[in-house]
Design a protein around this ligand. Structure first.
Ligand SMILES: CC(C)(COP(=O)(O)OP(=O)(O)OC[C@H]1O[C@@H](n2cnc3c(N)ncnc32)[C@H](O)[C@@H]1OP(=O)(O)O)[C@@H](O)C(=O)NCCC(=O)NCCS
Length: 193
């Protein structure tokens, strides 16, 4: 099964989006920083971009973030999401062979691209590959309880709320917050085509 995970490790296309793997180079860090530098950190306060839940503040921090994420991709893959050739977001997934689970992590879109169904579109592609080709048994997702956009998006993708992990996230203000855990099983997956 592990070798089939390689199916994920390349650039992908969805109906409207391109998912590209960007190596952590200084040039790519500039590309990412140029879009993130205009965002409001408050809009990303529930998205642990590195470990502390805040946006990178400089190009150098962006480079470090990309390096960290690339190191975490030994069992996974991270894509930068492009729309009309413009960078608009990021999504990473990991594969746990023991329980045949795809673990989703660290998704973000630039604020002006929220509410257009892009997150759901990326996840339809992840589900298609996970369940139709990789024969995974489960996809696992999570969000901070107060992250209403993420909560709604995950529910709209047909995920089941398994429960809440109490105070498992500490936000940048030092407040402990509950994490909602969701899953979709292979037996619940509906082909969209
Ligand atoms: C959470 C986040 C990723 C959601 O992204 P998104 O692209 O807005 O989410 P969706 O794909 O579910 O979009 C659904 C919305 O688009 C609308 N929409 C428009 N066109 C659509 C289409 N073709 N298909 C589906 N929905 C569509 C839906 O009506 C829905 O609107 P609503 O939220 O008012 O009900 C985004 O808000 C974000 O990046 N937040 C900051 C980072 C963050 O918190 N990350 C989450 C960590 S867990």
């Amino acid at each position: 099964m592990e070798k089939f995970f390689e199916l994920f490790k390349h650039d992908l296309k969805t109906q409207r989006l391109e998912l590209r793997i960007l190596e952590p180079t200084l040039e790519n860090a500039e590309l990412v920083w140029n879009v993130l530098k205009n965002e409001n950190p408050d809009d990303f306060k529930y998205a642990p971009m590195v470990k502390n839940g805040i946006l990178p503040r400089t190009q150098s921090e962006t480079f470090q973030m990309m390096q960290t994420h690339a190191q975490w991709c030994i069992d996974g893959v991270g894509w930068y999401v492009f729309y009309n050739n413009n960078l608009i977001g990021y999504q990473r997934i990991h594969f746990w062979p023991g329980n045949r689970t795809i673990q989703c992590a660290d998704v973000w879109f630039l604020k002006k691209y929220w509410g257009q169904g892009f997150n759901q579109e990326v996840h339809r592609k992840i589900e298609e590959i996970a369940f139709e080709r990789l024969h995974a048994n489960r996809i696992r997702r999570q969000c901070i309880k107060d992250n209403t956009h993420s909560f709604k998006s995950i529910k709209k993708s047909g995920f089941h709320l398994d429960g809440q992990e109490r105070q498992s996230f500490r936000n940048p203000d030092g407040v402990f917050m509950d994490m909602c855990l969701f899953s979709k099983l292979a037996s619940e997956y509906e082909k969209k085509h």
